[in-house]
Design a protein around this ligand. Structure first.
Ligand SMILES: Cc1cc2nc3c(=O)[nH]c(=O)nc-3n(C[C@H](O)[C@H](O)[C@H](O)COP(=O)(O)O)c2cc1C
Length: 189
């Protein structure tokens, strides 16, 4: 059966990660439900000069974040996981405190209550105590906190290589077989 994922793009820096994950999931022939926050859209434009029309592809449903009245905000909609990439601290804070006032926070809330995989890719530095407590709360509720902190042991040569590292980790957590990077081997250092 075809896999279905929800991708939420929020207003943290790191638009390259969301574009790359989207492209990889399209290549893997998965169905995608895509939600942008208002600042997520602005940062996509700012960092990659991309607008929402880039994401209008076969197998992709795009929702407005205010569209709470949509099928993905119900627990009766079964899917294979939700990824918030990049995840702003504001978004993480809202989910951690149970505020589900828009489609992104509601879908995340549903993912946690239904036991679907929820992967959050935060991008902020440094973290304050509130950020850390909110991420702990999400982790304790079952989410995977997968920070956008790339490793360098695959010897990246450019931005693409650096961002591959993070997106590959997300794909591993989604059990997508088509990977970007080879599995790390001890003798590769
Ligand atoms: C240019 C720009 C860059 C930002 N970068 C970050 C960031 O890296 N991490 C973060 O947590 N918030 C960042 N923010 C702040 C969030 O966009 C802001 O808190 C917003 O309210 C988050 O809402 P959203 O989750 O609905 O997108 C940035 C804002 C702007 C305008």
């Amino acid at each position: 059966m075809q896999h279905e994922f929800i991708i939420a793009i929020t207003g943290a820096s790191g638009a390259i990660y969301s574009k790359k994950l989207f492209d990889s999931l399209i290549d893997s022939k998965t169905r995608i439900h895509l939600i942008f926050s208002k600042n997520g859209k602005k940062i996509l434009k700012n960092e990659l000069n991309l607008s929402c029309s880039y994401f209008e592809k076969e197998g992709v449903s795009i929702y407005d974040n205010s569209q709470l009245n949509s099928k993905i905000s119900s627990g009766s909609f079964r899917h294979n996981g939700m990824i918030i990439i990049p995840a702003s601290m504001g978004c993480i804070g809202r989910i951690a405190s149970g505020v589900s006032e828009d489609l992104i926070t509601r879908s995340a809330d549903v993912a946690l209550k239904e036991g679907f995989s929820l992967i959050c890719v935060p991008r902020e530095t440094p973290y304050n105590t509130i950020h850390l407590k909110n991420m702990l709360a999400l982790s304790q509720a079952g989410a995977v906190i997968l920070p956008a902190s790339p490793g360098f042991y695959h010897k990246p040569k450019n931005l693409d290589d650096i961002s591959d590292f993070i997106v590959d980790r997300v794909l591993v957590h989604l059990n997508i077989k088509q990977r970007i990077l080879p599995t790390w081997e001890p003798n590769s250092c």
